[in-house]
Design a binder for this molecule. Sequence first.
Ligand code: NDP
Ligand code: BG6
Length: 482
Amino acid sequence: MVSRVIPVENFDLVIFGGTGDLARRKILPGLFRRFCAGQMPPEARVIGAARADMDSAGYRDFVAEAVREFGGDRACEDGTLAGFLERMHYVPIDARGENGWRELVALIRPDVVHAFYFSVAPGLFGDLAERLNVHGLTNDASRIVVEKPFGRDLEKARALNRDLAAYFDESQIYRIDHYLGKETVQNLMAVRFGNMLFEPLWNSQYVDHIQITVAETVGVGGRGEYYDKSGAMRDMVQNHLMQLLCLIAMEPPSKFDPDAVRDEKLKVIRALDPMDPHHIVRGQYDAGDDGPDYRTAVGDPRSRTESYIAMKVGVSNWRWVGTPFYLRTGKRLKARSSEITVVFKALNHSIFGEQEDHRNVLSIRLQPNEGITLGVTIKEPGPGGMRLIDVPLDMSFADAIGENGDQTDAYERLIMDVIRGNQTLFMRGDEVEAAWAWTDPIIQGWEARGDVPKVYESGSEGPVDAVQLLARDTRVWRKVAP
Ligand code: NDP
Ligand code: BG6
């Protein structure tokens, strides 16, 4: 199956922080892939902006390097990269000063979509919004893309929302959570709302519990300074895991439109039970073959920041009361594996007189090996009576859709949505605030109690206490396997 490419309107995309790590690894290579797919209009332009003194020729060299390293095979094809580079421009600019703004204004064309990507430290978001306004760039054709973290608590998120709202309407603000741009994450909605099969059973009457796992093998790497101030709660749970939980738990929106979807997600966040501290396990990774322990990696021998978290979350609404959601995420774990597992209840009565507990289990693999497995119970083949076994109905997206299926990365998909003006896969201001309102008391509780994370073995499945979190409820985690 060949993916359909729908061209977008002509645009000028300004990447503030256009020389940074995110631009180099994700944004620029992603744009290149869209260019290769034929989605960029012939006149579309990308303007890198940062303080470094460089001209457009120098920026093209920088972009070429980034694309060669992270853009995929097409980078080497004759002419492809050259064509992409022609669209690249650069303006040295200071988000906090006057430097460069006149040049930027002169470069921007009046009759195209204007997208301003804030790929800079969050402390500069407000400054950028203000500068854009001062220089007359906050018109109806403009929209801003705001990177995470969106604040570090409710108060800061509210202040940031206010700063942005001073110059931009909510319909112009695109708060990125790149998990929402992942193909398989969107598939969660397709699976739930595009099939008759699942939705009637999607509630606490039939679902025993749900597990959401986002396991990483990488450590904090070069981002230790940022990470140690955030931890897994702020870095992953408040945004990515919360979004996954929302998509799994939300009511069917009346239609697939930005506000209908975001209204339903917001209701889920507001229905989350306050966390019981006994239902959370925090961990910090130890040294392993792949590198130093967490504290050494972040340069603070007394750090109490968690690189792992597991929690049992309750959603108090008509659909889910009584069905726990178990969430876990961590760095330096056994395998890179993100998966959502819906474990259905056991049968009320077995006509076969079976003593064993047979349950249907639906697993949605987000990455890698994207696909869906449905565990069903069948008769064990052969003579000897009616014995039951559980077997998987396994569907890998790569097999089902083929190698030519959509390989679009989250960032490129989301940037194209910005140009199209489609906010469905972006977080609304009230959603982000609600997520912080739930997270804040948890973090404050740790701080007040001086909570120290448990050390876990690098390359393991996380702290032993996380196993006990489910064992107390006579449940077990799915194995972390790629
Ligand atoms: P980097 O530190 O690598 O890059 C920061 C960029 O901002 C550089 O281009 C820098 O260039 C520019 N910059 C800094 N100060 C100013 C200023 N006063 N005016 C104009 N430009 C400035 O950061 P990242 O690329 O890693 O992160 C960017 C944003 O994306 C952050 O909000 C981060 O939290 C978020 N993010 C990053 C991820 C990642 O994997 N890197 C993942 C998810 C989110 P110069 O110094 O020349 O001005
Ligand atoms: C980012 C976090 O938002 O997501 C990182 O800041 C994390 O710490 C990353 O590694 C995980 O994203 P992905 O797409 O690799 O699962």
